[in-house]
Design a protein around this ligand. Structure first.
Ligand SMILES: NC(=O)c1ccc[n+]([C@@H]2O[C@H](COP(=O)([O-])OP(=O)(O)OC[C@H]3O[C@@H](n4cnc5c(N)ncnc54)[C@H](OP(=O)(O)O)[C@@H]3O)[C@@H](O)[C@H]2O)c1
Length: 341
């Protein structure tokens, strides 16, 4: 097949949901070691909303197409490099991207980035899995190094990443506390055995000092600011504070990420406790084997029903603007998927 004409969503200037506009583009033959994909569905995460409004450190320029995760069908590919034995036209795959581009009908990706979609797994559910669950793997395994029975605090436990950490944490036998405030949080967190701390009414440090006087093994933080100091203080000796975003001050997140990352590194110079920074797009780029095996394991868990991600809403790709607006107005909470079908 020669050139493919298709539509993708492009942000040409930073702003509110309406800046997400469909644009027609063409896709040439793939270069060696790459495949052309027909996208089935793309996941929408909070990071996409930050990027669209110009508040995301890893996406500081326009134009760009948002979205870090997708499921797709292989259209064709050009051999080159390591070629997986399962690869052929028509096979279904999932991928997490190292650079945003998933809100599209078609795209070209390197072969190493394609992970086969297990049979029977709905591509719309699977599209919501890669980024949040790879982040959860990075927090729990790469940086947390946690064992069954360890106690952890998950900030934003009702959110996309927080729910993924809770799902995988429950499978690992962790004792989990989670901060959340949205209505229905207690029931949501209880599904994975997470004890709710309502951060609008309770101080998490006070609660944990009472409940876990010897300290806990890990804190997963996406807020930054004063949370970091308090999170560090509730750690047991040998414990770790893992930071994966600095989203406490909307509109200032890009700058706060730079300052927060430096602070985390400085805190790690202190003895007896660790701090770490998780940035999954960079971790994928740095270690293709980790990416491939972690995403394969996660998709396997989903296929066997051991994790069951919840989809709060499905929108046609070309209505991505409506999906962002509904999330921002909190008309829907949870994971949203854009479909091309
Ligand atoms: N490092 C990485 O590679 C990576 C990967 C994916 C995402 N991220 C980042 O991680 C962050 C979370 O992403 P997400 O997709 O999970 O977002 P999300 O689904 O919007 O969830 C965020 C949660 O944060 C909670 N929250 C808000 N203020 C809080 C506070 N002061 N204390 C505790 N919790 C608070 C909210 O809980 P309530 O509604 O219950 O109040 C919400 O459920 C974003 O900044 C995103 O960019 C980083």
């Amino acid at each position: 097949m020669s050139e493919i004409m298709y539509q993708k969503i492009v942000v040409e200037r930073f702003g509110a949901g309406h800046v997400l506009r469909p644009v027609t583009a063409s896709l040439p033959q793939p270069p060696p070691g790459h495949a052309r994909l027909r996208v089935l569905a793309a996941g929408v995460g909070f990071t996409d909303l930050m990027a669209r409004s110009g508040d995301y450190l890893l996406q500081r320029t326009v134009p760009f197409t948002p979205g870090y995760e997708l499921t797709a069908e292989v259209v064709d590919f050009t051999p080159g490099g390591l070629q997986p034995s399962w690869l052929r036209a028509g096979v279904r795959v999932a991928a997490a991207l190292t650079k945003m581009a998933a809100y599209t009908e078609y795209l070209t990706l390197p072969l190493w980035q394609l992970v086969p979609l297990p049979g029977g797994l709905d591509p719309h559910v699977a599209a919501a899995i890669p980024l949040d669950h790879l982040t959860a793997m990075s927090l729990l395994e790469t940086h947390g190094r946690l064992q069954s029975g360890d106690s952890v605090l998950i900030h934003g436990a009702g959110g996309g990443v927080g729910q993924a950490v809770s799902r995988l944490g429950a499978l690992r036998g962790l004792r989990m506390y989670g901060t959340a405030s949205a209505p229905g949080s207690a029931e949501l967190l209880a599904r994975h055995g997470v004890t709710l701390i309502d951060y609008r009414r309770e101080d998490f440090e006070t609660v944990l000092r009472q409940r876990e006087p010897d300290g806990i093994q890990a804190v997963f933080d996406h807020i930054g600011g004063a949370n970091l100091r308090k999170g560090y203080r509730v750690l047991a000796p040998g414990g770790v504070l893992v930071s994966y975003a600095f989203s406490g001050r909307p509109g200032r997140m890009a700058g706060d990420t730079v300052r927060g990352a430096v602070r985390i590194q400085l805190m790690n110079l202190r003895p007896r406790r660790r701090t770490a920074l998780s940035m999954v797009p960079r971790e994928i780029r740095a270690d293709h084997d980790w990416y491939h095996s972690a995403l394969t394991r996660i998709l396997g868990l989903a296929q066997r029903g051991e994790i069951t991600p919840r989809i709060a809403g499905t929108y046609p790709l070309l209505r991505a603007a409506d999906a962002h607006t509904a999330l921002e107005r909190r008309e829907i909470t949870g994971k949203v998927v854009l479909t091309t079908q």
